[in-house]
Design a protein around this ligand. Structure first.
Ligand code: HXC
Ligand code: NAP
Length: 277
């Protein structure tokens, strides 16, 4: 779909880039000519990702960092920029989530998710934005949200609250920082089978079928389907897209939203009777 050098000159920082969708985005960006650095908390994730990309013939920078801590973030970004030069794309991908009845949550459980998703994305955007404005860098922030940023969702309430905040951040900064040439964009994925999401959100394998049945395409998304949208959005081909969110969920969030979509299950004979009536 893309020219091999689409992302040449892009120096990209991906939070949570060592696993799942973040790792796939790293791979796609590297293949399209970008430089990629990743940060996350667990050294094992960073080491495994570095090894994986080295074996493919790519070099990445990886720094241990908890995005909830703005000082750690600043140090990690300083260290990366010291080695790679000025970062010009930030991907806010790091997240924490789990399913729980909301009444069972402690304040700390709320703080943990809001801290990673909303504060982490805000601190990273702020740190990069300050640098870009000071050095006249026309940077791009891509944030990974979720379709329940608009609708909300039971049983993942801290995540829904935090993703709604990240959506507001994306739209607000598009208006405020657009005149610096800084773009802020987002992707809202539907259901993608990553170890991180599945292990925390699915009570058992049988629920995977329910997710599939609740999707008009009757399937989950593939990680590549997010990575190609990400590549487009951070590329110069998307230079007039600012403050926008692309949903990639096979239509799942619309499927449950309309009153008449259940007519899909209406037997053929009933359609004929309805027409005669
Ligand atoms: C209720 C829970 C809980 C659970 C943790 N807590 N898990 N409460 N139900 N299942 C509570 C703890 O009891 C504690 O509060 C507080 O949350 C913090 O927990 P810790 O384990 O100390 O936190 P920490 O070690 O910082 O780990 C963060 C984490 C963990 C979010 C809890 O799951 C994690 O590391 N996640 C990172 C990866 C991830 O979540 N990926 C999924 C992304 S998928 P108390 O008060 O008891 O001390 C996604 C979108 C999916 O985001 C959309 C699908 C369509
Ligand atoms: P994942 O593999 O669990 O990715 C989350 C990443 O965030 C991990 O690499 C984790 O690494 C990192 N992380 C967590 N807490 C962090 C912290 N405090 N500081 C720094 N890094 C931290 O899950 P995923 O499915 O790929 O999710 C990627 C993104 O897509 C997330 O924003 C998620 O909300 C979004 N999303 C996913 C789905 C889906 O179906 N999979 C649907 C909608 C949206 P460490 O453990 O090493 O810190």
């Amino acid at each position: 779909m893309f020219k091999n050098n689409l992302l040449e000159g892009k120096n990209i920082l991906i939070t949570g880039g060592g696993t799942g969708l973040g790792k796939q985005m790293s791979e796609t960006f590297l293949k399209l000519g970008a430089s990629v650095s990743i940060i996350s908390r667990r050294e094992s994730h960073l080491i495994e990702a570095e090894k994986y990309f080295n074996e493919m013939g790519y070099r990445i920078e990886a720094e241990k960092c908890d995005v909830r801590n703005p000082d750690e973030l600043k140090k990690a970004i300083d260290a990366i920029e010291g080695k790679t030069g000025s970062i010009n794309v930030l991907v806010n991908n790091a997240a924490g989530n789990f399913i729980s009845k909301t009444e069972d949550l402690s304040p700390k459980a709320f703080d943990t998710i809001i801290g990673i998703v909303l504060n982490g994305s805000s601190y990273a955007s702020l740190e990069m934005g300050k640098r870009w404005i000071k050095n006249s860098v026309k940077g791009t922030v891509l944030s990974i949200v979720a379709t329940y940023a608009w609708t909300g969702s039971g049983y993942v309430v801290p995540s829904a609250v935090a993703k709604a905040g990240v959506l507001a951040l994306t739209r607000s900064l598009a208006a405020e920082w657009g005149h610096y040439g800084i773009r802020t964009v987002a992707i809202a994925p539907g259901a993608f089978k990553t170890e991180g999401a599945w292990s925390r959100l699915l009570p058992g394998e049988q629920y995977e079928n329910e997710i599939i049945e609740g999707n008009p395409e009757r399937r989950l998304g593939t990680k590549e389907e997010i990575a190609v949208i990400a590549a487009f959005l951070i590329s110069d081909m998307a230079s007039y897209i600012n403050g926008e969110v692309i949903t990639a969920d096979g239509g799942q969030s619309l499927y449950g939203a309309s009153m008449f979509n259940m007519m899909e299950r209406l037997p053929e004979g009933v359609w004929k009777i309805m027409r005669q009536r």
